[in-house]
Design a binder for this molecule. Structure first.
Ligand code: BGC
Ligand code: BGC
Length: 859
């Protein structure tokens, strides 16, 4: 089988780049010796790819002809992409903008329920504006991009396919191509030309909030799928309707290394050696480019400290020259603003490095003006601007945008049609991974009393995840999913058609009268898992599944006590530590984020009416599954690879499948390499930790955006500031009107005992901006009335004002002051009684650091 062969190949490949296979629990490996490199690396690390298309003189001549008529203003307009909430067709006409996008949660007329016709009307209006030559300009069609990342997920009523992680379990590239085709058709109905998909990230650390956007941790699977998805979305590059008709323009994103950032920090730094960058993280580009992908999105992340948006070596020398890419590079959402020396409104450096189009949702006008000035002054060389415009026009011409050939535009009966839903349902069936099936409980007989429990059972929002109608996938209700089927609805239909009965009881309660036959349930299916999230909102500190203070586990236990066999259907965007849930289930299915066709789950869980097996489980784990919560970087080539279930694991129903009911339920792993640092705040707080302002007797004020304050009098103000990168630190200013604190707390009690046992210190970067006059202390809170304080003022007073330093406190100091580390609510809290101004960054618990801490309490 192709998959198998590639699979083992990829293992070898990883071994060959072992340098970059980060041993778990260790600091980032030291950077490679880059001395022979300037601003980049050595091209021999990258294959020399043939361009997907031989140069066409005819096409280039046509581009030259168009460009010869364009003013400098029009050229600058081409390289700007604004967002539909912030730009009108009038603007497009006036500034000759090259592109618009709809961000997650943006709709025509701000109407969530905008119909396909409304989308098309807006798209027509933008198109017409771009072709309007009444001001003497050149007619150049605008290109509209959208995140159709699991179907046309911004549009109500669209088919929602499983997120990429689920597709990775299906190991079926042909299916991926069909999904691409169906997605393209649904997008084409709304008059949109371009999708920001596929994501070809190869994830290394599953704490990353975008893990579910990745097909697999195995680069070979990503490579296979990238090619298939590009073909499905764009059409085959040698076919007559390539990019046209029912096809779209696709994007390979995010170039490059997005999935390999240290600690899985979204938009963080990827510090792997270049060989690993090329062989692991670029695997998807090496197939998407030859398949003819027309756009590549630059990534937010940096490589060895250099932001991709300003990376001339990677964007130009590698991508455009070595890998032969002749389409255009689009930026990611204001990504240029993070390049050193740049702002949101001005960034010649990104264009000069090789970015061809800015994605600048709101601030496009100022960026346009500055870019124009830079083009005039020569800060952006003419050749570079011309090259960017040429690339954009090349894609627009190839895609037939000038002719606006859109046979499906406005057509009814395509968006969310039965044919597409059938493909999605097939994908759901193939994505399910059977992890445990003791006594071969599955597949279930359909003719019985089935109790369906858990808050994910009848919850389309939860089964669809992030990037669903809204950006985060939150705030959606049943009405937002017309035509969709929840997992419970699928179960109910399957059971009913065989003469059984399934009832929904989220909390698991039932009575003698619950079932029509007056009998007890013969089996329970518990459907639960992660709440939706997107991007950094999903970054987490460790991999422990703990939603609702483990209320799902309590539910499973309750069913077990009643001797009802339990099947768990787990919804998640990544592998999570669920040993307790596994121990408390007879069968356990990883269902990922299946999308709108929940019936695909019942297809596999239940036998047919005659007891026959309808569909066996064929899904295989696309990611290694952790045995311990700190197995965050867990890949087969890992030195201490000790997963609970290895990459590629997945049972079929006939397999001997006894999984122990005694998996370790303590959440840390001491055996296999020690305890990792726990990062509580790095640029942003990481789940389960949230930052808030706490004053006695007042409700805690969450700090979400870049500024928050307490009280009407702004007694305590928290602002995001820059330490070494944008908004990576927080400045806390106390007016001193009342005592108060700023804290990193969790909704549910956290057991941090192991950190105490392992001699850890609380460590942070700190800057004192104002002479301290009153007591200031660090504290840990631990449940009702439990608070342990360590005075900081004498240590802080010795530190220079307005300078960043590092401060560490032995956790024993908190323990001695009464902290119970098994019940922590706030792991870090700064309290001040008077006026103070203190900035903090990078808050973490570091094992084995107590002895060298600034404040020690051992002995
Ligand atoms: C994401 C991209 C996405 C873009 C447009 C960014 O924040 O990183 O993946 O395509 O927004 O919504
Ligand atoms: C947009 C998303 C985008 C994100 C990035 C949101 O407001 O809707 O599409 O990816 O911002 O910051």
């Amino acid at each position: 089988m192709k998959f198998k062969k590639r699979f083992s190949l990829s293992l070898m490949l990883c071994v060959s780049v072992l340098v970059g296979c980060q041993p778990q629990g260790e600091e980032v490996p030291a950077k490679e010796d880059n001395s022979q490199i300037s601003g980049g690396g050595s091209l021999e690390n990258w294959p020399l790819l043939e361009p997907a298309f031989p140069r066409s003189e005819k096409l280039e001549a046509r581009i030259s002809e168009i460009m010869s008529r364009m003013s400098l203003e029009e050229k600058v307009g081409q390289i700007i992409q604004a967002e539909i909430r912030h730009v009108t067709p009038e603007d497009v006409k006036k500034y000759h903008l090259g592109s618009v996008l709809n961000g997650g949660g943006a709709f025509p007329n701000n109407d969530k329920f905008a119909t396909p016709k409304d989308w098309l009307a807006l798209s027509d209006a933008f198109f017409k504006a771009s072709m309007d030559t009444s001001d003497g300009g050149v007619a150049i069609p605008l290109i509209w991009g959208s995140d159709a990342v699991h179907g046309h997920n911004n549009v109500i009523g669209a088919t929602l396919f499983p997120h990429n992680i689920g597709l990775g379990a299906a190991k079926d590239a042909e299916l991926i191509e069909r999904i691409g085709r169906a997605t393209a058709r649904e997008v084409a109905v709304t008059g949109i030309d371009w999708t920001f998909a596929p994501t070809v990230a190869v994830v290394r650390d599953d704490r990353w909030g975008r893990t579910y956007e990745s097909y697999s941790e195995d680069p070979a699977v990503v490579a296979d799928y990238a090619e298939a998805m590009v073909k499905g979305l764009q059409g085959g590059k040698n076919e007559a309707d390539f990019l046209r008709g029912e096809n779209l323009v696709a994007t390979a994103k995010h170039f490059v290394g997005d999935g390999g950032t240290t600690r899985g920090i979204d938009r963080g730094d990827n510090a792997v050696p270049e060989k690993e960058l090329a062989e692991v993280h670029a695997a998807g580009y090496l197939t998407a480019l030859p398949a003819g992908v027309q756009t590549v999105m630059a990534s937010f992340n940096s490589w060895n400290g250099e932001k991709l948006h300003g990376h001339q070596y990677l964007l130009t020398d590698v991508l455009k020259e070595r890998l032969g890419f002749d389409g255009f590079v689009v930026g990611d959402w204001n990504g240029h603003s993070f390049v050193p020396g740049c702002t949101l409104e001005s960034c010649a450096a990104a264009i000069n490095a090789g970015l061809d189009m800015f994605m600048v949702p709101a601030d496009w006008k100022a960026l346009y003006n500055n870019t124009l000035a830079q083009a005039k002054s020569g800060e952006i060389p003419t050749e570079r601007l011309n090259d960017a415009v040429r690339r954009i026009l090349r894609v627009k011409l190839r895609a037939g945008l000038f002719e606006r050939s859109m046979p499906l535009a406005g057509k009814a009966g395509i968006l969310g049609n039965a044919e597409h839903r059938a493909i999605a349902r097939e994908a759901v069936r193939k994505s399910l991974v059977l992890m445990k099936n003791n006594d071969q409980l599955l597949p279930l007989a359909a003719k019985q009393n089935v109790l369906v429990v858990g808050d994910g059972a009848d919850n389309l929002s939860k089964q669809s995840g992030g990037w669903t109608i809204s950006w985060q996938g939150t705030g959606n209700t049943r009405e937002d999913f017309p035509g969709a089927t929840s997992i419970f609805e699928g179960i109910a239909a399957a059971v009913k058609s065989a003469g059984g009965e399934a009832i929904l009881s989220e909390d698991g309660s039932f009575t003698d009268a619950s079932f029509a036959n007056g009998k007890a349930p013969q089996v329970a299916i518990a459907i639960y898992g992660e709440e939706p999230y997107a991007e950094w909102h999903g970054d987490s500190t460790n991999l422990e599944y703990q939603r609702g203070n483990k209320e799902d586990l309590a539910l499973l236990k309750k069913l077990r006590e009643q001797e009802i066999p339990v099947v768990s259907v787990f919804l998640s965007g990544r592998p999570l530590w669920v040993n307790s849930e596994l121990n408390t289930s007879d069968a356990f299915v990883a269902a990922w984020l299946p999308g709108s066709e929940g019936a695909g789950v019942a297809d596999v869980l239940f036998r047919g009416a005659k007891g026959e097996i309808r569909y066996d489980f064929t899904g295989k784990l696309p990611f290694s599954w952790p045995m311990y919560t700190n197995q965050t970087v867990l890949n087969p080539y890992h030195e201490h690879y000790d997963p609970l279930f290895a990459l590629g694991y997945g049972l079929s129903v006939n397999e001997e499948s006894l999984v122990s009911n005694d998996l370790p339920e303590t959440s840390e792993n001491m055996a296999a390499g020690g305890l990792e640092d726990a990062w509580l705040l790095v640029s942003r707080p990481r789940a389960p930790w949230v930052l808030n302002i706490a004053e006695d007797g007042a409700k805690a004020v969450p700090v979400n955006g870049n500024r928050a304050a307490s009280g009407e009098d702004n007694n305590i103000v928290v602002t995001s500031i820059d330490m070494s990168s944008q908004e990576d630190a927080r400045l806390i200013e106390w007016k001193g009107l009342r005592p108060g604190a700023v804290q990193l707390s969790a909704e549910y009690m956290q057991n941090l005992d192991i950190y105490l046992e392992e001699g850890s210190a609380l460590s942070l970067n700190i800057r004192v901006d104002q002479k301290l006059r009153e007591p200031l202390q660090a504290a840990v809170t631990c449940g009702e009335g439990c608070i342990a304080r360590v005075p900081l003022q004498s240590t802080l007073k010795t530190m220079p004002l307005n300078d960043w330093t590092r401060l560490s406190v032995d956790l024993q100091c908190f323990a001695k002051a009464g902290a119970d580390f098994s019940k922590v609510f706030s792991a870090f809290r700064l309290e001040s009684e008077g006026a103070a101004a203190i900035a903090v960054a990078n808050v973490r618990l570091v094992p084995d650091a107590a002895a060298s801490a600034d404040i020690r309490c051992a002995g």
